[in-house]
Design a protein around this ligand. Structure first.
Ligand code: COA
Length: 375
């Protein structure tokens, strides 16, 4: 029988710096009342200069791994879902792989905007269920503060930075990922995009001056689209999993706007206490919002082993999707000795990475082609 794909570890990381609505009102023409009433957001975390997507992703991943007996070298696959990668290439996932010392893992980024974490968990689950891999690390990580136009009050108030991670593993115990709905509609691509910086509109002085490297959004249309798809995707994922909506203990929606979540709850005829909502403290952290919400809900005891959850999201692309899963408790917790060993192995991974970087330089000198750039 095909193995089940379980979430056995979870972790999150957000920058220390908190920006409140009042802080924002000092930068753009806005106010706390407008932001709270239109979006439900009170504050968001903003990356410091020395923080980036890979750094937040690695922190969340280390926390998720620390819950388990999985060593970085046991990982077969690392997927980082992000719309604010460190570079166009290499993939942010490769930088995380190096930082963790996951020497055996294939690593790649997945680009599906705010729906990305759902797609990534499904991809990892399918690879586990076919038996092609045993253990995967799935991360949603963003530093959208780097891509926001801080002069555009209609977008800059909405987004925040953060990362969340799942360790997923094959198991004979029933549960884990039960079903997934993945959808997209590229005809709505222009409703939410960063137009410049890719092959379609390479960087020029003009694109920089016109701020085309920042998030452009038709808020009203995105709002309409989101309220249409949230309820339908949730229902579809439940049916595919053989569940009724009454069987779902908690829905974990993408945290883009409290009003969108409330509209979805009304359409599903579910009370708001069946939804995990933490947008007030984080804003829209895009693909990181669902795993961050799950980390908080498990810490609060709202998610318990055996619970049926539906994660549902939407975003640029346009993309949307929902994933049903049955939460399980991790099989084994790491002992203090194992945690010590993990710290030592992480230190060794950094040493190994240092020497490998050194070796690339030596090789470059020997063969006459020195590598350029910092990765
Ligand atoms: N502070 C004060 N006023 C603001 C403002 C701000 N931060 N941003 C916009 N406004 C103004 C507008 O200029 C407009 O003024 P006008 O009527 O004089 O032109 C007015 O507020 C109303 O704007 P409107 O766009 O109708 O507001 P809204 O109720 O639709 O809410 C959003 C705007 C962006 C909060 C809402 O459309 C939304 O959440 N959309 C979905 C966005 C989203 O989730 N994106 C991420 C997807 S993953």
């Amino acid at each position: 029988m095909a193995p089940f794909a379980h979430v056995i570890g979870w972790g999150m990381a957000v920058p220390e710096r908190v920006m409140t609505n009042d802080d924002l009102a000092k930068i753009v023409d806005t106010n706390d009342e407008w932001i709270v009433s239109r979006s439900g957001i009170h504050s968001r975390h903003i990356a410091a200069e020395n923080e980036s997507t890979a750094i937040l992703a690695t922190r969340a991943a280390a926390q998720a791994l620390a819950m388990t007996t999985v060593e970085p070298a046991d990982l077969d696959l690392i997927i980082v879902s992000t719309s604010s990668p460190e570079h166009i290439f290499p993939a942010t996932a490769c930088l995380v792989q190096d930082a963790l010392g996951a020497a055996r893992a294939g690593a790649f980024d997945l680009s599906a905007a705010c729906t990305g974490f759902i797609f990534a968990v499904n991809m990892a689950a399918q690879a586990i269920r076919t038996g092609s891999i045993r253990t995967a690390l799935v991360i949603g990580a963003e530093t959208l503060s780097r891509l926001v136009n801080w002069e555009d009050r209609s977008t800059c108030v909405l987004f925040g930075d953060g990362a969340g991670a799942f360790v997923m593993q094959a198991s004979d115990r029933p549960g884990g990922v039960l079903s997934c709905v993945m959808r997209s509609d590229g005809s709505g691509a222009s409703l939410l995009s960063i137009p410049a910086g890719g092959s379609r509109m390479p960087t020029t002085a003009e694109t920089v001056q016109r701020k085309l490297h920042t998030i452009q959004m038709n808020g009203r249309e995105v709002f309409r689209f989101a309220t249409r798809v949230m309820a339908s995707a949730t229902k579809e994922a439940a049916v595919k999993a053989g569940l009724r909506l009454e069987d779902i203990e908690l829905v974990v929606p993408h945290q883009a706007n409290l009003r969108i979540i409330e509209t979805a709850a009304r359409a599903l005829k579910l009370p708001m206490d069946r939804f995990v909502v933490n947008i007030a403290n984080y804003g829209n952290t895009s693909t990181a919002s669902i795993p961050i919400a799950i980390c908080e809900a498990t810490a609060d005891g709202r998610i318990r082993p055996g619970d049926h959850l539906i994660m549902v999201g939407f975003g640029a692309g346009l993309t949307w999707g929902a994933l049903a899963l049955q939460w399980v408790s991790p099989e084994r917790r790491p002992t203090p000795a194992r945690r010590g060993r993990r710290r030592f192995l992480t230190f060794l991974a950094h040493v190994r990475s240092f020497f490998r970087r050194f070796w690339w330089r030596i090789e470059g000198l020997l063969w006459g082609a020195e590598p350029r750039g910092r990765t």
